[in-house]
Design a binder for this molecule. Structure first.
Ligand code: F3S
Length: 413
């Protein structure tokens, strides 16, 4: 791989051991993917910011990098952690995670990260621009950035994101190259998409078949909301390893079907009709009984609009006494929703707006038994896909209206 004089100097240790180690990671990664050179980038979203992923060893690794003089030379935002910094004790997060998380978050902050700790960095000040080369982790945000914003990023892991943050470089391969951004399979949507849960169901359906390939959707309404597109992005990246989609007439690199496929013919054609929608919804409903005890809204993290919808559903109502309702969001969304009175409404009804973590990145295998949760009920296809396998809870999956009725009645209907 070609390296500039400056990059060769970094690799030789001229900018210190932390940068040298980072450059070694990037060169090894680039060579394994056949990259010809490194790109200069200035935008990193860091996965691996939860101690559930990093644990003690990963935390020590990041602390060591900082001790060796590591300093971030790009903008860096961070993904959710394992801890709500304010309510961790009440919601059942182990004290040991709280202490370890403080060390990891402090190490990132000490090197210059904006520790926003959210999977929706594009809503809290890290908004990618069209054509921008970046190094983002967090699969749902990667799909959103590539597809909706037209930015260019591969799915980065913790070490490669850290290496880019320290050097301002990422190998040029995969979704950085125009020829790899065209669609492979066509998904014809022939049923209504009424809410973000329908978009999540569509993403789950298409992701399972797409694997790593890029799907192209036709039949998606021309005016989906940000929340609907983030639900679609998250589900595609969960049931598949999708990094990008096109929606003809909606996303910026798909003004036409031909442009989306780069003039090529789709390798596969799928139809998402009412029958497939029902089948996909049923596949995400793994809990055979109507028992409800833990409800999650906010995967990906809830926008202010979603928090508002939860608050409106709870006006003059109470969350059932045997149900814990979590609405997970970013600290910045929380602050805005608090100002609008939505947080108070949810609290008064008995729900909890959780900041900076979610059941997937918190230690749910400990939290659930301590709190007595046996099921998870959610409007998120991504969370419904992961919960049974990742933390052993069967799921109820349905739209926000249905989920909020369950929150109040304590029963899944
Ligand atoms: Fe975000 Fe956690 Fe879902 S990181 S996308 S809320 S699994």
């Amino acid at each position: 791989m070609f390296l500039t004089e400056e990059e060769s100097g970094m690799l030789a240790g001229k900018k210190g051991p932390a940068v040298q180690k980072a450059m070694e990671i990037l060169v090894a990664l680039g060579e394994s993917f056949g990259a010809k050179r490194l790109l200069t980038v200035s935008n990193v979203h860091m996965a691996g910011s939860s101690v559930l992923v990093a644990e003690e060893a990963g935390t020590r690794f990041v602390e060591d990098i900082k001790r060796q003089g590591g300093t971030f030379v790009t903008r860096v935002t961070t993904n959710p952690t394992a801890v709500d910094p304010v309510q961790w004790r009440e919601i059942g997060i182990p004290e040991s995670d709280s202490a370890l998380q403080t060390r990891l978050t402090d190490a990132y902050a000490g090197m210059g990260a904006n520790t926003c700790n959210t999977c929706i960095p594009y809503l809290v000040g890290n908004s990618p621009r069209f054509g921008e080369h970046m190094a983002w982790g967090e699969s749902s945000a990667v799909v959103y950035a590539n597809s909706v914003c037209g930015a260019r990023t591969n799915r980065e892991g913790g070490p490669s994101g850290l290496a880019t943050a320290l050097t301002g470089r990422t190998p040029e391969y995969g979704f950085h190259l125009t020829e790899n951004r065209h669609g492979k399979l066509l998904v014809q949507v022939e049923t209504s998409l009424d809410d973000m849960t329908d978009y999540g169901t569509l993403g789950y359906f298409a992701g399972r078949i797409a694997g790593q390939d890029t799907p192209v959707f036709t039949g998606i309404p021309s005016d989906p909301t940000l929340e609907q597109l983030k639900a679609l992005s998250a589900a595609l990246a969960a049931s598949g390893a999708v990094s990008m989609f096109h929606a003809v007439g909606v996303t910026p690199e798909a003004p036409t079907l031909e442009a989306a496929f780069g003039g090529k013919t789709p390798e596969k054609v799928l139809v998402f009709d009412e029958a497939e929608k029902k089948k996909a919804e049923a596949a995400l409903n793994k809990e055979p009984t109507d028992h409800v005890d833990w409800i999650l809204v906010g995967c990906p993290n809830a926008s202010v609009q979603e928090i508002r919808e939860v608050a409106e559903a709870l006006e003059r109502k109470k969350v059932h006494k045997d149900v814990a309702l979590w609405v997970t969001t970013a600290g910045a969304m929380y602050a805005m929703a608090e100002r609008m009175g939505y947080i108070q409404t949810i609290k008064d009804a008995g729900g909890t707006v959780v900041r900076e973590t979610c059941p997937f990145l918190a230690r749910s295998r400990v939290i659930a038994p301590v709190k007595g949760y046996r099921t998870l009920t959610t409007n998120s296809a991504k969370m419904a896909f992961y919960a049974p396998g990742q933390f052993g809870l069967p799921t109820h999956y349905g739209n926000l209206n249905r989920v909020m009725q369950a929150a109040v009645s304590g029963v899944w209907r």
